[in-house]
Design a protein around this ligand. Structure first.
Ligand SMILES: *Cc1c(COP(=O)(O)O)cnc(C)c1O
Length: 382
């Protein structure tokens, strides 16, 4: 029997050829392919600037550093996300506060964030990290309005949503990561995400000052730009001006990224087709697909269903080599976050969502035959 995971990369001969070409080129890292990938990615999401990094978690960490997160910072994020969305604040010594999710979209609830902000003196919170969970683009225009009222920055965790968009109050489509509303947006190129580089990440922004900061922080805090240096001893000279990291992407990963990006729209169209295929199959059955139900602009990293006996369905699917997954265990209930004072019961909507959620297979390489097998197995065991 064929293994069907919940998510999987789509590697074509063109991708393989692109990596081989990159391996034979002069630079394996720090070469011209990085800037080429950044330019192509910025154009894809509609942002002015893009900074390629070694993974999505590094992207989050650099964003937190560029926004000067420190021990006095207090940042709001969703409990239904990958832990990295919150961890980046802890790396910088800041405090993480969660706000509950909207029960329909399973994304950070704007009203809950508003209530939280209203309940304490202005200045208590520093920033918000909304997550385009499962590929659903959050209304960043609304978050921006609220953030501006309270002087907060926004990092959009768009790992699930390259190519996703929401429609703003003027009827304009706003692409995830386009820099119109968020200060910074981040993406991951882990193989389960839309664009696979093995490991890899990207930060996009329209803010030149943040862009300049990120470029330096990505490579040890070192600059070779004569205009920025305190001194200049000659061609070899560089200055390490702040404490940065080595969070670089390699050129052969960037080459794979460019090649993957070329077919991103095709992959996204197939994801949306799969979502509608599932919707139709589950309509009127005991499978609750309301979180996933087709919406224009959804990027469908995940297709989440809810079922009362999730453990049973998960196990039955596994017996059939269908490897569904749970997204996510609420971050505030993970032992590390419990050790910081968060506890079960804090965010009941997120916790209830967690009890029933299951991500069934969603990736462009699924055939209609695969989908029929998944649907049949889900319906027989839900
Ligand atoms: C994958 C992911 C990350 C982290 O990306 P890595 O490349 O695995 O470090 C962060 N946030 C979300 C929501 C993700 O899905």
């Amino acid at each position: 029997m064929k293994n069907i995971p919940y998510g999987k990369q789509d590697i074509s001969q063109e991708d393989v050829d692109a990596v081989i070409t990159a391996l034979k080129a002069d630079f394996l890292t720090q070469g011209p392919t990085i800037a080429e990938f950044e330019k192509a990615f910025a154009a894809y999401v509609g942002a002015k600037y893009a900074v390629a990094v070694s993974n999505g978690t590094a992207a989050l960490h650099l964003c937190a550093l560029a926004l000067d997160v420190n021990e006095t910072s207090n940042v709001i994020t969703s409990p239904i996300t990958f832990a990295a969305s919150a961890n980046c604040i802890k790396y910088c010594g800041g405090k993480v506060t969660f706000a509950d999710i909207d029960p329909v979209s399973a994304t950070l609830d704007l009203q809950k964030v508003k209530t939280l902000l209203e309940s304490v003196p202005k200045g208590t919170y520093t920033g918000i990290i909304p997550v385009d969970f499962a590929g659903y683009a959050v209304d960043l225009e609304a978050f921006r309005k609220l953030a501006d009222e309270y002087g907060l920055w926004i990092i959009e965790d768009a790992c699930h949503a390259p190519g996703g968009f929401f429609t703003d109050s003027k009827g304009q489509r706003q692409r995830c990561g386009n820099g119109q509303f968020a200060d910074l947006s981040i993406f991951s190129f882990h193989p389960v995400k839309h664009i696979a580089c093995g490991e890899g990440g990207m930060i996009t922004t329209n803010n030149k000052a943040l862009y300049d900061k990120l470029m330096v922080l990505r490579t040890h805090g070192i600059t070779k730009d004569p205009a920025r240096m305190e001194e200049n001893h000659g061609g070899w000279y560089y200055e390490m001006q702040e404490l940065g990291y080595n969070y670089r992407l390699t050129d052969f990963q960037a080459a794979l990224g460019i090649s993957q990006l070329n077919k991103a729209d095709k992959g996204l169209a197939r994801r949306r087709e799969i979502a509608q295929y599932y919707d139709k199959a589950f309509k009127g059955t005991k499978v609750d697909a309301s979180v996933a139900n087709y919406k224009e602009g959804h990027a469908y990293h995940l297709y989440v269903i809810k079922t009362p006996d999730r453990a049973n369905l998960y196990n039955k699917l596994r017996e059939n080599q269908i490897f569904a997954q749970v997204h996510y265990i609420p971050v505030h209930t993970l032992p590390y976050y419990k050790s910081l004072g968060h506890k079960k019961g804090d965010y009941p909507i997120a916790e209830k969502y967690y009890e029933g959620c299951l991500s069934i297979p969603m990736y462009p390489g699924l055939t209609d035959q695969d989908l029929d097998f998944v649907i049949q197995t889900v319906l027989a065991n839900a």
